[in-house]
Design a protein around this ligand. Structure first.
Ligand code: AMP
Ligand code: MG
Length: 561
């Protein structure tokens, strides 16, 4: 086994405390609630050993203490959302709670029981094998938030694994959940990143070469972490009373507008889950996010992005691209498959919920809602990305499919391409430009010079001139001096300049492993305003550098985390 940088302790001395913010309280002084534990059936057995659990939604389990918890990063906006102040020091009571070393009065930590379909097959009981919910906090605005530690030690659901998480995967979850939030994509949030001071052994490439890596714990925050799989396990075991109990609890807590439980309420609830999932996937496609492991245990019942593992961001636009090395053969979870897989996963949830409604056909309507919602949202998003009023004109379908073909013919950075499309002239100036000059604003988006070969150049500019003509149809119809500005605003909010490019996350990880937190801190700040120009950070919006093309962590990720 090779040692890997463990001697470097990560020190953050310059985390400014926020105890000065009015109304924020120390985490130690927060009041915790436990509606999940209080209202739902728990496992009567509390022995913390791997086992099959029956007739329960959770098992009460405390985190396992770690050697030296130390706060590495803190998401100030999440602290403010919850009413929690940033601690004065990276070590001390807050780091102890967030590292799992201290359970304060009022907390009733638990691991949830769930199952799931993994890569298309029923996998049986999975459950929180390394995530432990500490409890719920009522934020100053009256909302209920669950605080969950990922990497907090073994639970009855750990099977043969160690219950821990490595620093690299924890940084990735911490950064990406916040980046997604600021992009406007529904997601779980992250409050803190804590180093455990312990090593975790992982065979990152599954090649018989395990290494000791730094361990870490993320405190994740969401209204609920319940997944499709929480319902599937209950249905699979015929635990129908518990299934109804969990459904009623989730509806009461998170979908109160649907009213009292009844078969028709369950059907409308399922429709709402389908609607939210449709919106979610359209957003993923908008920003070029590939989840990587869309198993049903990684699908949130609230329609949030959940469980950041071997996810990735499209650089070159490619519908077949997957960041997950485990999925490299089948490409089940590649970029272009995400809508279809979400539909398949919803159908598994429909099967699990069928006992509540009696007749599965009642739930078919929900699946249709998913298809409609995704298609409508995706069309609206594409229109926004292109700066068009709609995509309902004759010829729009071909304009779109030709664009997708072009984007895949030469390696073209999705984020840069769409952002730069804003700067292509659409007025008369375009007509007198030579092809090369017309394409110039897009030059930065191409990974190879192939875009400028004679044939490709004429394809690209041919498409651009058709696109410009199409924009002019909208301009004529609008007949308003505001048209140009309205269109640019529309494009700007659909096309982020800054996304968490895979290599940027990797740079933040490598710096942090060497004790340098400046890279992660800069990324956190820049990714808070992904649609703003922030010209001083231009280098974070450029193409992926060539050195990152095949580098592990930058181009391909295993599930080892
Ligand atoms: P994932 O692929 O991360 O969604 O995890 C699938 C299942 O494996 C879930 O039940 C996780 O809790 C569990 N799991 C993943 N990694 C670990 C680990 N290091 N220790 C215990 N359980 C784990
Ligand atoms: Mg998971």
């Amino acid at each position: 086994m090779r040692q890997n940088n463990l001697e470097h302790s990560v020190a953050i001395s310059d985390i400014p405390a926020t105890s000065g913010f009015p109304g924020l309280r120390n985490l130690c002084d927060m009041q915790f609630e436990n509606s999940f534990v209080r209202e739902l059936p728990g496992d009567p057995e509390t022995r913390n050993v791997p086992r099959a659990v029956r007739n329960a939604c959770y098992t009460r389990t405390d985190p396992t203490p770690v050697r030296a918890p130390q706060l590495l990063a803190w998401a100030e906006p999440v602290g403010q959302l919850l009413g929690i102040s940033r601690p004065e020091s990276p070590i001390g009571p807050t780091a102890e709670i967030l590292g799992g070393n201290r359970v304060i009065p009022g907390m009733q930590p638990y691991a949830a029981r769930y199952g799931g379909h993994q890569f298309g097959y029923w996998a049986g009981q999975l459950g929180d094998g390394r995530a432990i919910t500490l409890g719920e906090i009522l934020s100053p605005d009256g909302k209920r938030w669950e605080l969950q530690l990922k990497g907090a030690g073994r639970t009855p659901y750990s099977r043969t694994a160690d219950g821990r998480a490595v620093l690299r995967s924890s940084v990735r979850e911490f950064l990406c959940s916040e980046a997604m939030h600021y992009l406007g994509v529904p997601t779980t949030r992250a409050l803190s990143l804590v180093a455990t001071g312990e090593s975790v052994v992982r065979d990152m490439f599954y090649d018989g070469n395990p290494q000791a890596e730094m361990g870490a714990i993320v405190c994740r925050v969401a209204p609920s972490f319940v997944r499709f799989g929480n319902f599937e396990i209950l249905a699979a075991h015929g635990e129908l009373d518990v299934l109804k109990h969990l459904a009623d609890y989730i509806i009461d807590q998170h979908f109160p507008e649907l009213g009292a439980p009844s078969p028709s309420t369950y059907a409308r609830w399922f429709e709402e889950i389908c609607r939210r999932t449709g919106v979610l996937i359209a957003h993923w496609m908008r920003v070029g996010f590939v989840h990587g492991v869309m198993n049903t245990d990684n699908m949130s019942i609230l329609g949030l992005t959940i469980d950041y593992g071997p996810y990735g961001w499209l650089e070159g636009f490619d519908l077949q691209w997957t960041p997950n090395t485990t999925d490299a053969q089948g490409r089940r979870y590649c970029f272009g498959n995400q809508p279809e897989i979400a539909h398949w996963n919803l159908a598994r949830l429909a099967t699990a919920l069928t006992p509540l409604v009696g007749d599965r056909t009642v739930l078919e309507q929900g699946l249709a809602v998913f298809v409609d919602t995704f298609q409508n949202s995706w069309h609206a998003i594409l229109a926004d990305k292109l700066g068009l009023v709609s995509l309902r004109h004759e010829g729009d379908d071909i304009l779109l499919s030709d664009l997708f073909d072009l984007l895949q013919q030469v390696e073209t950075d999705m984020t840069i391409f769409f952002r730069a499309l804003m700067t292509i002239p659409v007025d008369g100036a375009a007509d007198i430009l030579e092809d090369t000059a017309l394409l110039e604003p897009l030059r930065r988006a191409f990974y190879t010079e192939d875009a400028f070969t004679h044939a490709q150049l004429s394809h690209l500019t041919g498409w651009l001139r058709r696109y410009i003509a199409r924009v002019r149809l909208d301009a004529e119809a609008a007949n308003s001096p505001e048209f140009v500005n309205v269109r640019l605003k529309q494009m700007k909010r659909a096309n982020p300049k800054y996304v968490l490019r895979n290599y940027l996350a990797q740079q933040a990880i490598e710096a942090l492993e060497q004790g340098d937190a400046s890279v992660i801190m800069r990324l956190m700040e820049v990714l808070k305003y992904p649609y703003d120009e922030q010209p001083e950070h231009d280098e974070l919006a450029g193409r992926r550098p060539e050195w990152a093309r095949n580098k592990p962590g930058c181009s391909a990720l295993s599930c080892s985390s």
